[in-house]
Ligand binder design. Structure first.
Ligand SMILES: NC(=O)c1ccc[n+]([C@@H]2O[C@H](COP(=O)([O-])OP(=O)(O)OC[C@H]3O[C@@H](n4cnc5c(N)ncnc54)[C@H](OP(=O)(O)O)[C@@H]3O)[C@@H](O)[C@H]2O)c1
Length: 348
């Protein structure tokens, strides 16, 4: 009998996670809104399945019947997380997801009291964003407890999945986001650039509105947070152009065109591309008297890391490691959890 479920299992990321779960001897129930696609994957992996959409709250609650935990992989999560989280609160299942969307983290954090009352854990971000960066943030806070400024950054080799590209397209026109004095503050796209050595020599990076501007604050309490991504000049130029073209990029015809283009592309990196890819993360904590601590992480390609991290977090939660309410990966599992993932190393 399965007592946990992967929703959106037939998506690129959901299927990687399902395969990783099977490889580690777990038997999740696979779920999603498109029956034939979920049934085909379930047949291939020898797992049970269920099909239900997220439009009808009663159907979602029925879909979660008998489940202790849901690993939600159907994104963009701005459209899907609330329906699944509400059903989890109603049925008592713990909610985990692989979002990287700041607004989704903040929306779930706002459900903290309701989740505590229901005895349910809300643990978003158990993928590449935010497991390694959140653990790095917590590690830097441990090294410099008086830190008031945190900068995090990453450099990734490997492509995007359709779901990630769609999520990025939907947020193209929204500009940047940083944390200032504990509050989330809107800034222009590519607001700041800096040269960062992620571990392979200096690279120019730009600020991006990644999930960590939300989660690193919940994990560390550091009030000023910026997140950087290595970005070659064409990417920085496009980001700067988007400041003026936001109205156009967010318009319905351009969004439709972008999503059509994304659907025509491959579902995500191939196995060979993932094997060749890799991720480098960098973090810097500073305090008010000028102390500065740096740490770096090195790990496998982002989707591989997502599957490995998500399944290991699920294992921990099923083994009883859970705290009701809104949680972040490092708050629940500690700054060193990321070092348990295959191929992840840290350097101070
Ligand atoms: N934080 C991270 O590190 C990280 C890592 C990987 C992925 N992600 C995120 O995970 C999400 C999925 O990525 P992916 O690569 O798996 O995308 P994908 O291959 O396009 O798959 C998307 C999945 O979500 C389902 N879905 C989408 N909208 C839905 C809705 N409104 N109701 C119910 N199901 C819905 C799809 O169902 P159908 O097939 O029926 O359309 C499919 O199963 C994206 O938002 C991506 O950014 C984040």
């Amino acid at each position: 009998m399965s007592d946990w479920l992967i929703y959106g299992a037939n998506g690129y990321t959901g299927a990687l996670i399902a395969a990783e779960a099977v490889a580690r001897g777990l038997r999740p129930l696979l779920a999603g809104r498109t029956e034939p696609a979920v049934a085909e994957l379930a047949g291939r992996l020898g797992l049970p399945h269920r099909a239900f959409g997220l439009g009808d709250a009663a159907a979602v609650r029925a879909g979660l019947a008998g489940m202790k935990l849901v690993l939600h992989c159907a994104g963009p999560f701005a459209h899907t997380s609330r329906a699944v989280a509400d059903a989890c609160l109603a049925t008592g299942a713990h909610y985990l997801d692989v979002t990287g969307e700041t607004a989704v983290f903040e929306g779930l954090a706002a459900l903290d009291a309701a989740a505590r009352a229901a005895g349910v854990m809300l643990l978003p971000g158990v993928g590449f964003d935010v497991v390694p960066s959140d653990c790095l943030a917590a590690h830097l806070k441990r090294r410099l407890p008086a830190a008031t400024r945190l900068a995090l950054g990453f450099q990734a080799r490997g492509g995007f999945s359709r779901g990630t590209a769609t999520t990025m397209a939907e947020n193209l026109h929204k500009g940047g986001l940083v944390r200032r004095g504990g509050r989330l503050v809107r800034v222009p796209a590519c607001w700041r650039t800096r040269t960062i050595d992620f571990g392979r020599g200096p690279a120019v990076a730009m600020t991006i509105p990644w999930g960590d501007v939300s989660t690193a604050y919940h994990s560390t309490g550091i009030p000023n947070i910026e997140v950087y991504s290595a970005a070659p000049w064409p990417q920085r130029l496009l980001a700067r152009l988007s400041r003026r073209l936001g109205w156009l990029l967010g318009s319905a015809p351009v969004q439709r065109w972008l999503k059509r283009r994304i659907r025509l592309g491959p579902p995500g990196p191939t196995d060979e591309e993932r094997a060749r890819g890799g991720t480098l993360l960098w973090g810097e904590a500073r305090d008010e008297v000028g102390r500065r601590f740096l740490s770096r992480l090195r790990g496998p390609e982002g989707y591989t890391l997502t599957a490995q991290a998500a399944v290991r977090v699920v294992e921990r939660v099923l083994a009883g490691r859970c705290v009701s309410g809104f949680q972040t990966p490092s708050r629940l599992l500690g700054p060193d959890f990321v070092l348990e993932l295959p191929g992840v190393t840290r350097l101070d």
